[in-house]
Structures are given as C-alpha cells and as structure tokens.
Design a protein around this ligand. Structure first.
Ligand SMILES: Nc1ncnc2c1ncn2[C@@H]1O[C@H](COP(=O)(O)OP(=O)(O)O)[C@@H](O)[C@H]1O
Ligand SMILES: O=C(CO)[C@@H](O)[C@H](O)COP(=O)(O)O
Length: 498
C-alpha cells in the first residue's frame, strides 16, 4: 500500500493505492485558505498545508478501509515555485509566496536584466526567469521584509516543506528545483552564484537543501508523525516533486510522445523529453521531470481560478455553470474574455488585468459570459500549445487532468479548440496518483530491487474511455475564427503578436 499526497493551490488531496491489486482504495481532500491582495499578492501559510494533509490523510485511510500501518511509502507532490523560507527552528519566516503571486514582477525584471536578459538566463539556467518562479520572491523578501529575510536558515518549496515535516530532512529533487530560478535545469545542479546574486547575505551551501535523485528517498517518517498518522516505523517518503511533474507520472507521461494538459487553478501543458529542451521562446520552460528526464512546460495562471470567479459572481454551482456554458453558442455571441484576473505567465503579462470585450445589450447574458471565460482560459492553453512547435508534432491525443477535466463541456471544448482527441485518465487528480507511483518506485529502489517506473504506470494509469472527446470538424472551424478574435484582442490590448 502506498499513499500519494498532492498539495495543490486550492486543496491537499490524499490517495491510498494498492499497487499489487492495481486499485485506488481511498481518496480525500481538504481545502486551503488563499490570502489575496490587490497588488498581486497570493500567499498561503505552510501550516495550513500540514493541517490539510493531516485531515485528508486520516479520511483517505478511513475510506480505504485499511490499517495505516500497512502503508509502505508516501510520495508528496506540491504546487510549484512557492517560497517556503524557514528559520533555524524550521518555522516559516513569512507566509509562502505562491506561484500565482505577481507582486514581485518588478523584482523579476531586475533579476532577468542582471543575468543578461533572456539570453543570459537561458545560458545560466536553461530557462528564462518568470515572475512566478521562486527567485524574485526571495529578492522581494530581502527588499520588503528585511527582518524576516535575516532569519532565513533554509529555502524550500511547498512539497519540500511537507517532506521536511514528514521526515525532518531538508532535501530537494530536480523537478521542483528546476522552477526556483537558482538551479541549472540542464545539469540538474543548484546555481550558488545565482543565489548569491539574489541574496548575497545567505550562504548557499547552508540554506539550499541537499539534492537527491527522483527515485531516492527523502527520508523516513519521523516517529511522532508516524504515531499521529497511524503509520508503522520506517515508512519511506520518496523525493516527491512539483505537481506538474507528478501529474506527468500519473498520466504515464514518462516517455516522449504524450501531452498532458491540466485544468487546475493554473493551466499547464507538458510533454516528457529525455534531454533538455531549449525552445526559441522564453515561455516554454525547460523544467526537469520527477522521473529522471525533462518536462518542457507552459503555464497559464487563469484557468479554474478564472471560471470560478465568474461562476461565483453569478452564484452558480459547478453543474449549473456547465449547463450555462453548454447553452451558449461557440464564440459566446461575440463576447471575448482575456481572463488575466491575476496577471498572466503565458502570454508573459505579469501585471495584466482581465478584459471582457464585445459586450452589447443583446449578448450580455449569463450563459455567454460563462462560456466566454471558459473559452478565454482554453484559448490561452492553445496559445501555449502552439509555442511547443515540433515538440508536440505528431501527438494525436491529449491526456486531460485537473479539476476542470471533470467537466464534459470543457473536455469537448479542449478537443475542438486544439483539434486533438482528448481523454482523461480514470484518476484526474493525477498528481496524487503520480506521487503514490513514485513512492512505490522509491520503495523498490530502497529494497535493492530492479527499479522501473514504467510497469507501475502501465498498471495504474488507466484511461477512461467514457471521457473520450473527439474534435468535430465544424466546431473546429467555428473555434478557429473565435480564436483569431482572441488573438486580435491580445494584440490590441497587450501587444502580443505570438
Ligand atoms: N465539473 C467541473 N467543472 C469546472 N470546474 C471544475 C469542475 N470540477 C472541479 N472544478 C474546479 O477545479 C478546481 C480544482 O482543481 P484542482 O486541479 O484540484 O486544483 P489545484 O490542484 O490547483 O488545487 C476548482 O476550482 C473547481 O471549481
Ligand atoms: O506554476 C505552475 C507551473 O509552473 C503551476 O502549475 C503550479 O504548479 C500550481 O499548480 P495547480 O495548483 O494549478 O495544480
């Protein structure tokens, strides 16, 4: 038995998996609180993640109907990029600034310039720094909260922090580390010199966690935590990774030729590569995978976060929102939404705000506005997919995951907008499943067995044929002109030519 934990933006999910019988025994989740400010601030208290993990773990074990003592290993996935800076006692010096925080846009701009612009970033890091990455959050903390900054003893990411809580070990792995901005994504090594440029007072050797390989263990669960969770002694905690990295594992995206698209708080598109990928656009990030290779990825910041805003504005539940979207025509009667409520990463507009365009007395209906925001979020992902170019040529199917993948109308929209067949894995919380699979992989390694992630994925990653959505030629055509309208709006309002 293995447990996978996914600490997403909105909630922590826990999944208990029986690898022998290839079955998911129990799942549970607990919500997180998000602190938002007008200036782009998006923060969470790391203690809230632990509380959510505790609650979801107990419920998932209960639903699984097992004794927690039969769990052999745990894997932890987490939202990428969040800065969890700890003091010498392991306490956060400040709430975690999240991947979707855009308060640090100016600090990021300075860092990019200091590294020699986009070319310099690529040369040093293998990717171009973006506002969402960890580096500018650290620069911001130094600048705005010098007292908190002065207490920093360790720099972790969200999943590293949960590993630390579970094991007491301060470790990191390449997948999540590749989103910090002080890590060379090609050589899979920390860049102490870059950290020194951002935070000259910190001793990089001391504050950066020890790097381990994806199949290695972060440690074993601490005695007191094991007692509390009902675990046996010596339960392994695998390296874990960023949620997109473990979502890739949970969709079987560990060899070239597959595309995973996530409709979570963020929207992401990624594809495995056995070697580093440097595209001619700074928006495709050359991240590492948490399965030993690389995971080029684009991320849009306004997906279910944007649809939820409009849905809640109208007081609709998820089912009714889906019905409203389905009842409006493709193109939402001429309404275009650029859903950048919280700035955007792809296209690179960290300080943008959202626009509702083309409203008239005739088309301003609830149904059109609901549809237009879902279309706008989906067009952003098509924009990102196009940036992948040759990396996704010949890919005939998209594996769709994340909360939004539960919506049939959204699945069909993704198929028609991208002109590609869409299918969901049976488990759309793929990051939690990926974390459990990585835990089983790590357990094999630590027992000295021949290790392979591939058969584990083959066993557990099953596709849900009922979710299959094929593109329809007439709808693909209709969306083509609506997408052109979206691109024109991007050009007119933000100067984005592509
Ligand atoms: N049927 C649905 N239609 C549209 N959105 C949905 C549906 N089911 C869940 N969601 C949305 O998915 C989001 C959660 O997705 P998830 O991938 O768990 O996010 P995260 O990992 O970022 O915390 C929520 O905003 C929720 O409203
Ligand atoms: O910043 C990124 C990817 O680079 C985001 O994808 C985060 O990893 C958050 O993921 P979700 O909470 O939306 O799953």
């Amino acid at each position: 038995m293995y447990a996978g934990v996914d600490c997403g933006t909105q909630s922590t999910k826990v999944m208990v998996v029986d690898i022998e019988r290839a079955s998911i025994l129990g799942e549970a989740s607990r919500p997180h609180v998000l602190v938002e400010g007008d200036n782009g601030r998006r923060e969470q208290h790391p203690g809230g993640w632990i509380a959510a993990l505790r609650g979801a773990f107990a419920e998932a074990v209960d639903k699984a109907g097992i004794d927690a003592a039969s769990i052999r290993a745990i894997g932890v996935s987490g939202q990428q990029h969040g800065l969890v800076a700890l003091d010498a006692w392991g306490e956060p010096v400040h709430p975690a600034k999240l991947w979707c925080d855009t308060e640090t846009a100016a600090h990021n701009q300075v860092l990019v310039e200091r590294l020699g612009g986009e070319a310099g970033c690529l040369d040093t890091l293998g990717l171009v720094l973006q506002t969402g990455y960890t580096a500018s959050k650290l620069a911001w903390l130094r600048d705005v909260h010098p007292d908190s900054y002065a207490r920093i003893a360790t720099l972790l990411l969200p999943h590293d922090y949960l590993n630390f809580w579970l094991t007491g070990e301060r470790v990191a792995e390449a997948g999540d580390a590749s989103g910090t901005g002080y890590f060379d994504t090609r050589t899979r090594r920390w860049r102490h010199d870059v950290l020194a440029a951002i935070a000259p007072e910190l001793d990089a050797e001391r504050v950066l966690p020890r790097l381990i390989a994806s199949h290695e263990a972060a440690g074993v669960v601490r005695r007191d935590v094991a007692r509390e969770l009902g675990l046996a002694d010596g339960v392994l905690v695998s390296s874990g990774g960023g949620d997109n990295m473990l979502g890739a594992i949970g969709t079987g995206n560990i060899t070239p030729g597959l595309v995973t698209l996530s409709l979570g708080t963020s929207g992401t598109v990624c594809a495995y590569s056995p070697q580093p990928v440097i595209r001619d656009t700074s928006m495709v990030a050359n991240f590492c995978s948490s399965s030993g290779g690389w995971l080029p990825l684009i991320c849009t910041m306004n997906v279910t976060s944007a649809t939820t805003r409009v849905r809640e504005l109208f007081g609709l539940d998820l089912a009714t929102f889906g019905e409203r979207v389905a009842s409006a025509p493709i193109g939402a009667g001429g309404v275009t939404v650029l859903p950048f409520f919280n700035g955007e990463r792809v296209p690179m507009l960290p300080e943008a705000t959202a626009s509702f365009l083309g409203l008239s007395s005739v088309n301003v209906t609830q149904a059109n506005l609901c549809r237009a925001v879902m279309e706008g979020a989906t067009f952003g992902l098509r924009y990102g997919l196009e940036l992948f170019g040759p990396l996704v040529e010949g890919v005939s199917q998209i594996r769709l995951i994340g909360g939004g993948a539960k919506s049939p109308v959204w699945r069909q929209m993704v198929a028609d907008v991208t002109d590609t067949q869409v299918i969901c894995p049976e488990v759309t919380d793929a990051a939690a499943l990926g974390a459990a699979l990585q835990a089983a992989w790590c357990h094999q390694y630590e027992r000295g067995e021949a290790i392979s992630l591939d058969p584990l994925c083959t066993r557990l990653v099953r596709l849900d044929e009922r979710s299959l959505a094929d593109p329809d030629a007439s709808r693909v055509d209709a969306y083509q002109s609506v997408y052109s309208r979206y691109r024109q709006a991007l050009l007119a309002h933000h100067g984005c030519a592509g």
